[in-house]
Design a protein around this ligand. Structure first.
Ligand SMILES: [Zn+2]
Ligand SMILES: [Zn+2]
Length: 337
């Protein structure tokens, strides 16, 4: 199979590798789409914190937002998976510790993060190995492009849940990347009044084109505080600054990561009686994202600016955009190209 490998910081190769063989509990997937995200860029540049913490190293085969079709199954795997269109969880817990046994496998100390941490190869290849227990079937209504958005979609579902908001409430979403826009779409589908906050005027254009009515920058943000805020930005000042825009008693949800520490004065949380929540990974949200896509409540595909082949992945990670790319934040890869 052909596979894309990060061989070091800002170096890569597309190699011919032997086809993987599924173990007894694994399946082999022909990959149709893989999304590239900020985590992949950090793995490319070598800035990802897991390098310093010893959780990952080069060479590394990336790809944790993907979709494909099961083409081979291990001896213990239910035959109904064969031929199934699927996506899958990035976080693979050990299955035995107290966290795994209490539905917190995404923070298992011994977890694999496929294509990110602990060495399980990612999906940036023609074929991808997965433990069957981490698969999620894609209904007919969810095509491969949307299916590869299920993983970021699952993160976004958990963010919206963490706001605790229902229909009619006002939510501020800071950041107009894939996660921010998916949070906004999912929240709007629940009847929540969504206000997006873009980093500058130029970044207001795409959310407006998607049909969002309330798109601001920091200079035009409404003075009336929001019932909750989701920080999906990569700006180190936002975790602290966002607090000023949440209604006392409300919630602030953190999912964005900056390249440097983002200090918070907890007195500002306490005096406003705020709840701060953090989200790592799609977890239980992944099948809920697939359901929202299947029901037509949210269509993630307008976020995809372009679909490229394996040979173009290195250039995209280095900042190159295909000439035909749209305004959306997501670039996908079709490894069969
Ligand atoms: Zn990602
Ligand atoms: Zn565990």
């Amino acid at each position: 199979m052909r596979a894309f490998t990060l061989t070091g910081a800002r170096t890569w190769s597309v190699q011919q590798l032997p086809d993987p063989n599924p173990g007894p509990d694994d399946v082999l997937i022909q990959v149709h789409r893989v999304g590239l995200c900020g985590t992949d860029v950090e793995l490319f540049t070598g800035e990802m914190a897991y390098f310093a913490q010893g959780h990952t190293r080069h060479p590394l085969q990336i790809g944790h937002e993907w979709s494909g079709q099961v083409v081979e199954i291990g001896a213990n795997v239910d035959r109904s998976w064969l031929g199934q269109r699927v996506s899958g969880d990035t976080m693979i817990g050990c299955g035995q510790c107290h966290r795994c046994l209490s539905n917190r496998w995404h923070v298992c100390d011994n977890r694999q993060e496929i294509g990110v941490r602990s060495g399980w190869p990612g999906a940036m290849a023609e074929l991808h190995l997965m433990p069957a227990r981490a698969l999620h079937a894609l209904p007919d209504a969810v095509d491969y492009a949307a299916g590869a958005m299920a993983e970021p979609g699952g993160n976004a579902v958990r963010c919206v849940d963490a706001t605790g908001l229902g229909a009619g409430a006002r939510l501020g979403v800071i950041g107009t990347g894939t996660i921010g826009l998916l949070v906004a779409m999912l929240a709007q589908a629940r009847g929540i009044e969504v206000h997006l906050v873009a980093q500058d005027n130029a970044h207001q254009e795409f959310p407006r084109a998607l049909g969002f009515q309330f798109v601001h920058t920091w200079t035009s943000i409404p003075s009336q505080p929001f019932a909750a805020i989701v920080d999906a930005s990569t700006d180190a000042s936002v975790p602290s600054r966002g607090i000023e825009h949440v209604e006392p008693g409300g919630r602030i949800v953190y999912i964005g990561l900056a390249e440097v520490p983002s200090p918070i004065d907890t007195r500002r949380l306490v005096f406003a009686d705020l709840t701060a929540v953090s989200i790592l990974g799609a977890g239980y949200g992944l099948p809920h994202a697939i359901s929202a896509f299947a029901a037509g409540a949210v269509d993630p595909r307008p976020l995809i600016a372009a679909t490229v082949g394996l040979d173009e992945v290195g250039d995209v990670l280095g900042g190159w955009k295909p000439p035909q790319a749209g305004l959306g934040p997501k670039i996908q890869v079709d490894p069969r190209q």
